[in-house]
Design a protein around this ligand. Structure first.
Ligand code: FES
Length: 609
């Protein structure tokens, strides 16, 4: 059960937000896009984030006593990153003294550049007989003066004596959070990179980001090297069940795919692994378990419990990722066994649940992940759609590669859009399938129940010759050797029915109807290629105006980039599990009834086509 939310008002903006108890004033402001000054990213060391509490109360913390004057504390001033909200509050935010650097990310959102990785150039005083502080103390003192805390492990300590003396005590400290990753000779602050990874079951996308400018240095994608062990998560989990060696095999496959991307990114940009200090990695729960070599098998059996859903921060060298060996891999949290960190990243990128608009975010795939809600209340679920959208279990189905039909238009003739341009059609991929079925419905060749007409049923129809019989099964001929059978239509009906059921169940729980929806966001690689009109015609998504159905592209990758560029946004992502209620569909009594009610295709007049 989600605890009652508390109301906070920020003056002089008059902006109000409602947050779960225990949220800091700093992150609550960030949720609604109010920039509060900070150079430490909310770690309680810079003292820049102070606000004055005018109503409600919050007790001063240690950091308040350290960084604020007693008279300020007395007057209600608090460090907003330390002040937790346990009652309704009103506070006053001082004007920003500097304009923060920002980058446009996600759905055109301005993200304040505030990476977890910071480089601080320091001109340290050289030791003398009257100043015999240790190297660590010298470094720590200088960092504290700049508003940074520091924790140094043994590996970096080993490098200090030489780097300090070789560089004449002019060094750059590299911090990931408060962890000292490296001390580099001279001023290297201009050279600071991180990588954002979306580890998909099929494809991996890596983006090398310049953490100083917020710009992508380069982006590359490639197929997941785990593919030989099966196309979907269930077959990967099954392989992992063969024992620890198999889990290690799957881990090695994904890490080596990531490293091949890293090496190509380095090659293309001239950036070195030693200057790449952090990787933010998102993916579904199975992919993240395998990345860390954790047995994912409990995910596949009731009651579907992952080993972890929390965000992990792991030394890159522990996993073998080719960035700075003392750099970190950071993951985002998951909402449930089948609503993973990739969806959390998508929610971060699209700002669903941070705005007042009521939106549904759907990532269509073998598993359909759905998040519905607004800043008021949000729900998430996973709907098992089966492999139809991937083109599997479809007679002429194939992946979205060269030769796949990805778009279909039916008029007096059949017009096809084939991936690769001028190549003959070899099969049909998911988006082509959705298009084809929508067009068959519009052309009157498929009825509302999903039954395909025969040539006899439609005398005089310009496409009646295309209605054929394949091994005793009705089919529609799309191109030579490529057809859609009645059975394929049923497969698609089950797949879209499952996702539509997920959406409907969430809408019912939230007590909203289609007319209340402001937008439908289609995420994931498949969502980007889906024709919104077709998705609506087949009833995959609720029948809102087609211009309110928006493909949001690789929202998971965008979210990972945002979390890499902004520590505050990362905190927002960390809070999402507390903000979004996870609804388990299996075992719900209303699932079957809803499923049956949405299985048929909508009547065309209902979808406005
Ligand atoms: S002390 Fe730096 S953000 Fe609060």
């Amino acid at each position: 059960m989600i605890a009652r939310k508390l109301e906070v008002k920020y003056l002089p903006f008059d902006r109000v937000t409602r947050v779960p108890p225990g949220t800091t004033l700093f992150s609550a402001a960030h949720w609604i896009g109010l920039p509060i000054d900070s150079t430490c990213g909310g770690r309680g060391t810079c003292g820049k984030c102070k606000v004055r509490v005018v109503e409600g109360r919050t007790d001063p913390e240690t950091a308040d006593h350290r960084l604020l004057r007693p008279a300020e504390i007395e007057d209600g001033w608090r460090l907003s990153c330390q002040a937790r909200i346990y009652a309704d509050m009103v506070c006053e935010v001082p004007q920003l003294l500097r304009v923060p650097k920002a980058a446009t990310m996600g759905l055109g959102r301005l993200v304040i550049l505030d990476p977890n990785v910071r480089k601080v150039f320091l001109e340290l005083s050289e030791p003398t007989l009257v100043d015999q502080r240790s190297d660590v103390a010298r470094l720590k003192d200088a960092l504290t003066e700049e508003g940074h805390d520091m924790v140094a492990g043994i590996a970096v300590l080993r490098t200090l004596p030489q780097v300090f003396r070789d560089a004449g005590f002019r060094v750059t400290a590299v911090l990931a959070g408060e962890h000292l990753v490296a001390v580099e000779a001279g001023d290297t602050t201009g050279d600071c990179y991180g990588v954002a990874f979306d580890v998909g079951t099929t494809t991996l996308v890596g983006t090398l980001m310049n953490l100083r400018t917020g710009m992508a240095a380069s982006v590359l994608s490639t197929l997941n090297g785990q593919a030989p062990f099966g196309a979907d998560v269930i077959s990967r989990i099954s392989h992992g069940m063969n024992g620890p060696d198999s889990v290690r095999e799957l881990q090695a496959a994904v890490v080596s795919t990531m490293n091949s991307i890293m090496s190509a990114l380095y090659g293309e940009t001239g950036v070195s692994p030693d200057r790449t200090y952090e990787a933010v990695v998102v993916g579904n729960a199975t992919m993240l378990h395998l990345l860390f070599g954790i047995d994912p098998s409990p995910l596949a059996v009731m009651p579907f419990t992952p080993a972890f859903m929390e965000p992990l921060s792991v030394l890159a060298s522990d996993v073998g990722l080719d960035i700075h060996p003392r750099g970190y891999i950071q993951t985002l949290p998951a909402l449930g066994a089948y609503v993973g960190a990739d969806i959390v990243a998508g929610v971060l990128a699209t700002s669903v649940v941070r705005e007042d608009k009521l939106r549904v975010f759907v990532d269509v795939g073998t598993n359909g992940e759905i998040v519905l809600g607004s800043a008021q209340r949000a729900l998430a679920t996973a709907a098992p759609a089966g492999p139809a959208f991937e083109g599997s279990q479809i007679r002429c189905g194939m992946r979205a590669t060269d030769g796949a039909i990805e778009g279909v238009q039916l008029g007096d003739a059949v017009e096809l859009q084939v991936i690769g341009g001028d190549v003959p059609a070899q099969g049909i991929c998911g988006s082509g399938l959705v298009d084809a079925v929508a067009q068959l419905l519009l052309a009157g060749l498929l009825d509302h129940s999903g039954r395909m007409k025969t040539a006899e049923d439609v005398p005089g129809h310009p496409l009646r010759d295309r209605l054929i019989d394949v091994d005793g099964v009705r089919a529609f001929l799309l191109a030579e050797g490529v057809y859609l059978t009645q059975k394929d239509i049923r497969e698609l009906q089950f797949a879209k029915g499952s996702i539509a059921t997920g959406i409907q169940v969430l809408m019912d729980i939230l007590g909203v109807q289609t007319k209340d929806l402001d937008e439908v966001l289609l995420g994931g690689s498949f969502g980007s290629y889906l024709n919104p009109e077709s998705a609506k015609i087949i009833g995959l998504v609720p029948p809102v105006d087609v211009d309110r159905i928006i493909a949001v592209g690789n929202s998971a990758g965008e979210g990972a980039k945002i979390a890499l560029l902004s520590y505050r946004e990362r905190q927002v992502a960390f809070e999402l599990p507390a903000r979004i209620e996870y609804i388990e569909l299996s075992g719900r009594t209303d699932f079957n009834d809803t499923f049956v009610s949405v299985l048929a295709f909508p009547h065309l007049e209902l979808v406005g086509s």
